[in-house]
Design a protein around this ligand. Structure first.
Ligand code: KIV
Length: 269
C-alpha cells in the first residue's frame, strides 16, 4: 500500500455534516512544518491568499499569483495527514467565467493534492460555484468582508454596520449555499448578522471576526501566534512568537560577536 493510500483526511461531506454540531476548528497555514503542528488539531487547514501579505509582505491579496498558491498548497499537503486542505483561488483566476474558474481550480487540485478550493463572493459567484461543484470540485465560499475586493469596498471594513445592508449579505450566503458550496467563511461581519445567517442556511458558517455562534472559526495562524507586526483587533493572541524570534536572533547575534559557540570537541564528545 502506498503512503498516500494510508492517509485518511477529514472529507468535505464530514465538514458539511458538522452544521449545528461540534464547532469546526480551522486555521490558515502556508508552510509544511507549521501545518504539521496545526494538523493535530484542525478539521481543515486553509492555504489562504493572505499568504501574500503574511509571507511575502504584499499590501493586499490582489497581487497573489496562482503559482504561489500552488507552491504553498503543495507544501501544506506534504506536511499534513489528517485535515482537509482547502486552497484559496487568488484574485483574477475565477471571476471571469465558470470555465476559467474550472480550469484554474482543477489546476490547483491536481498540482497540490488539496481537497477543496475557496473563492470570494456571494450571489455573483453562485453560477460559478454550481459549475465547479457539478464537475467535481468542492467549493468553500467566502462572503462579508472579501479582501480581494478591498479596493471596491474602500478598505478592510467590517460589514453589516448599517442594518439596511443585511438583506444583501443574507442573500449572498443563501445563494452560495444553494449553489452547492459545502461551507462559507463569514469574514469581518457584525456579530448579530453572522449569527442570523448561521441559523438561516444549511451549510456550516466559518467565522473570522464575525460571531462565536458560527459553526466554526478560522484565524490566520501568524496572527494568533503574535508573529505579525499588526494584528486585527478581533484576534485572540495565543502566543508571542514575534518577540521570541527577536530575542533569539538578538542572543544569536551576541554569540556570533563573542565567538560563543560550542567547540568541535564539546559537540562530538
Ligand atoms: O486568505 C485567508 O487567510 C482567508 C482567511 C482570512 C479566511 O481567506
Amino acid at each position: 500500500m502506498s503512503t498516500q493510500a494510508q492517509i485518511r483526511r477529514t472529507t468535505v461531506p464530514q465538514i458539511a455534516k458538522r452544521k449545528g454540531g461540534e464547532p469546526i476548528v480551522s486555521l490558515t497555514s502556508y508552510h509544511a512544518h507549521t501545518a504539521a503542528i496545526v494538523d493535530k488539531f484542525a478539521d481543515f487547514i486553509l492555504v489562504g491568499d493572505s499568504l501574500g501579505m503574511v509571507m511575502h509582505g504584499m499590501e493586499s491579496t490582489v497581487g497573489v499569483p496562482l503559482d504561489l498558491m500552488i507552491m504553498h498548497g503543495k507544501a501544506v499537503v506534504r506536511g499534513t495527514q489528517k485535515a482537509l486542505i482547502v486552497v484559496d483561488m487568488p484574485f483574477g483566476t475565477y471571476e471571469e467565467s465558470p470555465q476559467v474558474a474550472f480550469r484554474n481550480a482543477a489546476k490547483i487540485m491536481k498540482e497540490t493534492g488539496c481537497g477543496a478550493v475557496k473563492l470570494e463572493g456571494g450571489a455573483r459567484m453562485a453560477e460559478t460555484i454550481h459549475f465547479l461543484v457539478e464537475r467535481g470540485i468542492p467549493v468553500m465560499a467566502h462572503t462579508g468582508l472579501t479582501p480581494q475586493s478591498s479596493h471596491v469596498m474602500g478598505g478592510f471594513k467590517t460589514q453589516g454596520r448599517d442594518e439596511s445592508s443585511w438583506d444583501a449579505h443574507r442573500e449572498d450566503a443563501r445563494a452560495v449555499a444553494e449553489a452547492g458550496a459545502f461551507a462559507v467563511v463569514l469574514e469581518g461581519m457584525v456579530e448579530p448578522l453572522a449569527a442570523k445567517i448561521t441559523t438561516e442556511i444549511d451549510i456550516p458558517t466559518i467565522g473570522i471576526g464575525a460571531s462565536k455562534d458560527c459553526d466554526g472559526q478560522i484565524l490566520v495562524l501568524e496572527d494568533m501566534l503574535g508573529l505579525n507586526p499588526w494584528t486585527p483587533k478581533f484576534v485572540k493572541v495565543y502566543g508571542q512568537l514575534g518577540p521570541m524570534i527577536e530575542d533569539s536572533v538578538r542572543r544569536y547575534a551576541e554569540d556570533v560577536k563573542n565567538r560563543a559557540f560550542p567547540t568541535e570537541e564539546e559537540i562530538y564528545r
